[in-house]
Write a protein that binds this ligand. Structure first.
Ligand code: UDP
Length: 317
């Protein structure tokens, strides 16, 4: 029998990182979870603390890291990930996307490990092409408040491919579209936790602008499965992973009201700067390469997420 495969997940205590820790542990990997906990939380990995094959390392990946022994995969998921987090941590967001990606790539190079970058639909900015294909170069405002995230991730993609071309590091890039599910932070400011919190507390749902902007929401379970398939595939360039069912934010607000049985009203607030008007992934590449497409319907996934927020007592805070 060969040895267990060792994987590092940066941002492993975050929403997506912690679900990846669960999946890889259950599939027989040894997992090193690296997180500085500025937006991640020990609560997300509490249940893994006693697992023999799980190790938590509190570390800011913007600073170099050494891990002894062989490593097979490095998954770089560390980053603030919601618009209010970028406003609160603009420098950390830029650093983790640039220096953090550099350090993670350096580790991958030294261990001859495969590297997977968590990139984002934000590299398309406020897109002029719809739906967005991987070939689209994007429409990003580099100096706006969201630019810190968008440009950090665009740089991250560039340095990932530079390490591939120059140092022959084996790399994968996933462009993640809006994702939701248990373990999101109730106050992270994104539309899913905001609306659920407001609906369950009987507060007005804050729809920004006229609510005509669109998003396409993917359940974390589908997303993690797509990422795992990409990790094990042999495709180097970026791949969109997301759910192509597109909703306006107003439709989404009404769906949350219906599923939660809330009597909350809708309140219109100003649209944030550079808020993308439309977003929907073209997933033909993932369908073809990975034989992947989402299976969880929004209603089903949202019911589960609403129940999770209720059960975890997140609403008291
Ligand atoms: N949004 C909203 N009300 C809120 C939070 C967000 O109308 O309380 C809108 C936001 O303007 C954006 C969409 O919902 O158009 C998704 O926002 P989110 O912050 O979840 O992620 P984004 O896709 O913008 O990164």
């Amino acid at each position: 029998m060969g040895r267990k495969k060792n994987v590092v997940i940066t941002g492993g205590a975050g929403f997506l990182g912690s679900h990846l820790c669960d999946l890889l542990l259950s599939d027989g990997y040894k997992v090193f979870c690296v997180d500085n906990l500025i937006t991640g939380s020990m609560k997300n990995i509490e249940h893994l603390k006693r697992e023999r094959c799980f190790e938590f390392i509190k570390h800011d990946i913007s600073k170099p890291i050494t891990i002894s022994g062989p490593l097979d995969f490095i998954l770089h998921f560390a980053s603030p990930a919601s618009p209010i987090d970028y406003l609160m941590y603009p420098i950390q967001t830029l650093k983790v996307g640039s220096l953090g990606t550099h350090n993670s790539l350096g580790l991958a190079k030294c261990k001859k490990a495969r590297f997977l970058l968590a990139s984002t639909s934000e590299v398309y900015g406020d897109p002029l092409e719809h739906p967005q294909k991987e070939t689209y170069w994007g429409h990003v405002n580099p100096i706006g408040p969201r630019g810190v995230y968008d440009e950090a991730k665009r740089f991250a993609e560039a340095i990932t491919l530079a390490y591939h071309r120059y140092h022959k590091v084996d790399v994968r890039i996933v462009r993640i579209f809006n994702t939701y599910g248990p373990r999101m932070r109730i106050h992270d400011g994104r539309v899913v936790p905001n609306f659920i919190y407001q609906a369950l507390r009987g507060q007005p749902l804050t729809v920004y602008g006229a609510g005509r902007q669109t998003r396409s929401f993917c359940h974390y379970y589908d997303l993690i499965e797509g990422i795992y398939r990409l990790l094990l595939s042999d495709h180097v360039g970026p791949v969109n992973i997301g759910n192509p069912s597109e909703f306006t934010i107003l439709q989404f607000a009404k769906l949350v009201l219906k599923l939660s049985g809330s009597k909350s009203v809708i309140k219109y607030e100003p649209l944030p700067t550079d808020d993308p008007k439309r977003r929907k992934p073209d997933i033909s590449l993932a369908r073809r390469l990975l034989k992947w497409e989402p299976v969880v319907q929004l209603e089903e996934g949202l019911r589960e997420t609403i129940a999770w927020f209720q059960e975890k007592g997140c609403l008291e805070k």
